[in-house]
Each structure stands twice: as C-alpha cells, then as structure tokens.
Design a protein around this ligand. Structure first.
Ligand code: ADP
Length: 499
C-alpha cells in the first residue's frame, strides 16, 4: 500500500470508510490527491529556501554598500583635508561641503589657476633666457671692444721694447707688457668661461702631437720658472703616440693653466710635468697628465672651492700672485667636455699634484706631418701687402710691424677702398679687418673674389667666436689672425701665404 502524505492519512482515518479503500477508482483519486499534497510541500520548501537565499544575498549587498559608503565618506574627508592643507599657498576658497561635485568645481578652478601660473612661469623663463643671452652678448661685445685698443697697447709695447729703448725705460716697458699681457689673459678667460657657460665651446678634432704640446708649454713657462728660481721639466713616456686626435688649443689651455699655477705657487722648488700612458689599444690611448710642484700647497678645506669661478684659496693670493680664480674653473669645464675630471692631491708647505686622464684616438704619422714646424727665417723683403683696417692704432701697429719685416704696406680704411685698390694694383696678400664702416670685410672679400681669385686674403679679427673660421672661409678668405696678434704667430701666417 502506498505511503500517503501525513495530512491525507489523518483525514482518511477520520472520514474514510474501509470499503472505499477497496474501490479502484477512489484509490486512483486518492493517489492523485496524495501527489498534490506532496507537490505542495515541495513547492513550499523550495519557496522557503529561495526566500532564505535572497535574505543572505540582501544582507551581503547591504554590507557591501555600507562599506562603500564608508569608504566614500572617508575619501571625501581625506579630499577635504588635503584641499585644506594646500589651500594656504594656492588661495583655494573656504569650503566645507561633502558634495563631490562642488569639490570637483573647486578643483577645476584650481587647475585653471595653475595653468595660468604655468604660462606666467614660461614667460618668466623666456625673459630670464633672454637676459642671459643679453649678458653673453654684452660680454662678447665688451671684450671685443676691449681687445681692439688692447691690441694697440700690446703692439706698441712690443714695438717700443724692440726699438732700442733707453735703459731707464726698459723696466717700465716690461711692466706695460706684462700688465697688458695679463689683461689679455683675463679677457680671454672671461670670454672662454662665458662661452663654456653658454654651452658654446665646441672641441675641435684634429691630429696633434701631445709630446710637442707638452714640451712647448714647458718651454713657454721656463722663463717665469727661472725667475722664481724653480726647475721645471717634462717627463714623457716613450709609449705616448706621436699623433692623436684632439683639440690642441683647449688641451694646451688646460696644461698651461696648471703649469703656470704650479710655477706661480712655487719658489725655489721643482715642477714636473709628466705624461704617462695608462693603457693603449690599436685605436685609442688613455693618457695621464700630471703637474707636480713642490710649492705652497693648498689647505684640505679649500681643495673643493678652488675649482669654483672667481675663487682663490686665500684672499692674500690675489695681492701676492694676482689672477682671477677663473683658470681652474675653465680647466675643469674643458676636461668635463672630454668626459674627464681634474684631480688634486696637496699638502700645505709640501706642494701639489694636479692630474687628469684623457682618452684620445690615435692616428698614423708624426709631428713633422703637421704644418706647425715653421721657422722664423723667411725673407718677406719687398712683399706688397694691402692692409684693410679702420682703427688708427691698428694701422700704426700693423704697419710698423710689417715694415719691420721690410714689407711694403698700403692701407685702405674700409672695404670699398680696398676693392678699388685691388682693381688697380697687384698685391701679394691682403690683410682684411672684418668690422669696418662703409663696407665690411666679408662684403669686400666677396666683391674682390668676383675678379681676383689668386691673392690670399687673411682676416684680422678681434672676435674669438668659434664659427669665425667657417665664416671667413665661406666669404672666400684663406685664413684669419686674431687680434691682438702675437708677432711671431703673425709672421708664421704671413710666411705660409707669401712663400
Ligand atoms: P688664479 O690662478 O687666477 O687665482 P685658478 O683658478 O687657476 O685662479 O686657481 C685658483 C686658486 O687655486 C689659486 O688662487 C690658488 O689659491 C689655488 N691654486 C691653484 N693651483 C695651485 C698650486 N699649484 N699650488 C697652490 N695653490 C694653487
């Protein structure tokens, strides 16, 4: 017999008649009723279960929402706190709203305000750059203007010393010469420093002989060294390659600064300039250059500062030795361009060692291959030169110098006169000033080159800018001499083009 639902069982017991249970049709009916009871129970269970599930989910969602609200409230609090902390220096308005939209508005206003401030900063930066350019230009123009009369002072001093001065004048003339030479060094230092600061100093890459450079610098400092009763010598490693690629002018400047300092700060002592090969490959050499002196030395706490511009180890130094304190600053910057640095070891009273390394490319050949090995015995007798120059001092100086070498000099006061003279007269060489009234040297050269391509033209320039060479070559000149010109270098240049 079938197991009936307990409720149906109870009702059957209460109302059922035994005989009914014998009736087939009734039993089928009761089975169907029983199925309905059971189905109802299952449905109820299911719906109860379903309800309990959504209850759990609901509380879970509720919990998450609460968390989120907490986080949001906390964020708004934080946001407000942060805004308040930046408010003082930005001028944000006072606010105490929890409304995120309001905070967003405030932030937007602040962003626009900052964008404005940024624009102003950019304008200020541009102004500062302009001022810095103006400073650089001013210094270049000033030093150019100073170099021009200085050219005359140095030149006249040179001529007066050469033209048999009275014995009582010799000392005065020497003072004049030393002072004007020093002034030129100072102006050149300021120009160089300026150029390096403006990032305008480019290293030249040409073959040069380091050995010759070092020996030349030692010879150039020997007189001063002797005057201070010092012994100076160069110690050069045999392995140093004959020719390497570099900027002889700048490397020479570094060495000369260090050697002349060593001489200046040493009395009755020794100065050794050593060149050692640290490593050598087929293509490059790493060289250590060291300048060792047994002079006054430098206090430990001053070693850092002496490399700063216009700084000296002590104020008494200027009084005693002169100088500007620019030499080492320039030295350091030039070496930095070579990815190197200057190092120093020093002890007060014992002396100093300044040293650095250079990695240079090696090239085939030797010093004799370079055209620097010229002698001063060439005869310039009766050569005919056209001097194009407008400054009276320079005319007088250059004419005396040239006539001293038996050269016949003709003067043109500006470019236009020079062009006329070139049409009518054959000259062996032209010395061409660049800045002149009426017609400048570049224009005059271009005009001359329209009908004369043979006569060498050498520019005379007081400007030491790095692109001067490029400019004079482009205009059709062969070379240039920087004023104030050193008579020996000037002679060598003339000889090169007149020989
Ligand atoms: P300047 O020589 O014009 O003063 P430098 O920049 O070349 O400028 O040198 C800065 C300072 O460093 C010098 O004034 C000096 O105090 C110190 N100094 C440089 N070289 C030496 C040296 N060989 N011995 C002692 N002191 C030195």
């Amino acid at each position: 017999m079938m197991v009936y639902h307990k409720l149906l069982k109870r009702q059957l017991q209460k109302y059922g008649d035994e005989s009914l249970l014998e009736n087939e049709a009734f039993l089928r009916f009761i089975d169907a009723v029983n199925d309905s009871y059971l189905a109802f129970d299952r449905d109820r269970e299911l719906s109860e279960h379903a309800f309990s599930i959504s209850q759990e989910e609901f509380s879970e969602i509720n919990h998450r929402l609460k968390n989120e609200v907490n986080i949001r409230e906390y964020s708004i609090e934080k946001l407000k706190e942060t805004l308040k902390s930046v408010k003082t220096d930005t001028g944000l308005p006072d606010f105490n709203s929890d409304n995120l939209l309001e905070i967003v508005d405030i932030l937007n206003a602040e962003i626009s305000r900052r964008r404005e401030a940024e624009k102003l900063l950019i304008v200020a930066k541009e102004e500062a750059e302009k001022a810095s350019h103006a400073k650089t230009d001013f210094l270049s123009i000033m030093s150019h203007e100073i170099r021009t009369p200085l050219n005359a002072v140095i030149g006249m001093g040179h001529l007066l010393l050469k033209n048999d001065p009275r014995p009582d004048q010799v000392n005065n003339l020497k003072v004049l010469k030393t002072s004007s030479d020093n002034l030129l060094v100072l102006i050149n230092d300021i120009l160089d420093f300026n150029k390096i600061e403006a990032g305008k100093l480019d290293l030249e890459n040409a073959p040069f002989s380091l050995k010759k450079l070092v020996t030349d610098i030692v010879s150039a400092n020997t007189n001063n060294s002797n005057e201070r009763e010092n012994t100076i010598k160069a110690i050069i490693d045999q392995k140093v390659p004959e020719l390497m690629i570099g900027d002889a002018l700048r490397i020479g400047q570094v060495l000369n600064n260090l050697v002349s300092n060593a001489v200046k700060f040493t009395h009755k002592g020794n100065i050794d300039v050593s060149v050692q090969v640290k490593s050598l490959s087929a293509k490059t050499a790493v060289i250590e250059l060291a300048i060792h002196d047994s002079g006054v030395g430098i206090a430990q706490d001053k070693i850092e500062t002496i490399f700063m511009p216009f700084t000296q180890a002590s104020t008494s130094i200027t009084r005693q030795y002169g100088g500007t304190g620019l030499g080492l600053a320039i030295t350091k910057k030039i070496l930095n361009l070579y990815k190197s640095d200057i190092e120093v070891e020093s002890e007060i009273g014992k002396g100093s060692k300044f040293f650095f390394t250079l990695e240079l490319e090696i090239v085939e050949g030797n010093a004799a291959d370079l055209n620097g090995d010229e002698t001063l015995d060439f005869d310039l007798n009766k050569k005919h030169i056209l001097l194009v120059e407008d400054t009276l001092f320079n005319i007088v100086y250059a004419t005396q110098l040239l006539e001293g070498w038996n050269i016949v000099v003709d003067v043109a006061e500006n470019g236009a006169i020079a062009v006329e003279k070139m049409r009518n007269e054959p000259y062996d060489l032209v010395l061409m000033d660049l800045q002149m009234p009426v017609m400048d040297g570049y224009t005059a050269t271009t005009k001359i080159r329209e009908f004369n391509n043979d006569t060498p033209i050498i520019a005379l320039t007081a400007s030491a800018t790095s692109n001067v060479r490029e400019q004079v070559l482009k205009a059709g000149m062969q070379d240039y001499v920087t004023k104030p010109f050193n008579p020996d270098d000037f002679y060598i240049k003339l000889k090169r083009y007149l020989a």
